[in-house]
Ligand binder design. Structure first.
Ligand code: ARG
Length: 300
């Protein structure tokens, strides 16, 4: 059989394009928020696992934070427990929190750990309860009722926000070449569990770890202009302007808020990438073009 020279050349040019990035990011921490389609589609799951293990193999330290909303919804449905949402957040009663903890910390977390380990990684799963590493507090939300002209506090139960993160456990794992896989559950000083948005947890972990990158795998091609063109590189000031003029709105706002906060604090760049594309993580980190939107503090 003769060698396909063209394919071989393509392959080597791809590898060669990756070299400066492998050199630049070796030893760095990259926090990857894993969610959406990439977590459901079999082929995308495999490609994600290989990407993460490959990062580790070339000396980059990935930390994975995952979501699991649809899986929680599925089990609640099977158990005949009604799902209620306020502002896109799941109303989490004590009964619901048990299910959240079982699904996120058990089923989903261990599936990801196992996926990574099957392709040769050394992944270790945990929730913020392990070593109490994510301290949480209750998220208080208010709604203004139009007729009363005043705001009311709405109780959405065990939904939390991050109060503080102790990185010593993650550090220990990373130093020993393990890949931490974090389920977004926090704990308060009384041992109470909280369900926390995974983008938020990923952003905060990236901040406290002084990560090089925060990568958010999404179901979109990236941030888009009003005309629908993907904006491949933006400064934080440009993102602020896109929020102010309404180009970025609705459901995307909390996600972009997490990315912005991370970059405005200590993370070098945040990437909103297209998780529907196989090997999106590798493409973003090791190619010049990437597969989505890169946000940095520098003017672009
Ligand atoms: N969406 C983009 N414009 N990505 C460019 C990525 C460039 C480079 N691979 C990096 O990770 O820093």
């Amino acid at each position: 059989m003769s060698i396909d020279l063209k394919a071989a050349q393509n392959f080597t040019s791809v590898l060669s394009e990756a070299l400066p990035y492998i050199q630049k990011f070796a030893g760095c921490t990259i926090v990857v928020k894993y969610g959406g389609n990439a977590m459901i589609d079999e082929e995308l799951k495999q490609s994600f696992a290989r990407d993460i293990v490959l990062l580790k193999a070339v000396g980059i330290n990935p930390v994975v934070v995952h979501g699991g909303g649809p899986q929680i919804g599925d089990l609640l449905e099977r158990l005949n427990i009604e799902s209620k949402f306020v502002d896109g957040m799941r109303v989490t009663t004590t009964e619901t929190m048990d299910v959240v903890e079982m699904v996120l910390g058990g089923l989903v977390n261990k599936e990801i750990v196992s996926l990574l380990n099957q392709v040769g990684g050394k992944a270790v799963g945990m929730t913020g309860k392990d070593a109490s590493f994510i301290q949480a507090e209750k998220l208080v939300i208010t709604s203004s009722s139009p007729d009363l002209q005043k705001s009311e506090i709405i109780d959405i139960g065990h939904v939390g926000k991050v109060k503080s993160i102790d990185t010593s456990y993650i550090d220990l794992l990373v130093k020993s070449d393990y890949i931490p896989v974090v389920a977004p559950i926090g704990v308060d000083e009384k041992g109470q569990s909280y369900n926390i948005n995974a983008d938020l947890v990923a952003g905060k972990i990236a901040e406290v770890l002084n990560a090089e990158k925060l990568i958010l795998l999404t179901n979109i091609a990236g941030l888009q202009s009003k005309e629908g063109k993907v904006l491949t590189g933006l400064s934080t000031a440009q993102v602020d302007a896109l929020i102010a003029d309404g180009t970025i709105y609705g459901g995307m706002l909390p996600k972009i808020g997490c990315a912005l906060d991370a970059v405005k604090n200590s993370v070098k760049s945040a990437h909103i990438i297209d998780g529907r594309v196989a090997h999106a993580t590798l493409l973003e980190i090791f190619s010049d073009q990437g597969v989505g939107t890169l946000i940095t503090n520098e003017a672009i």
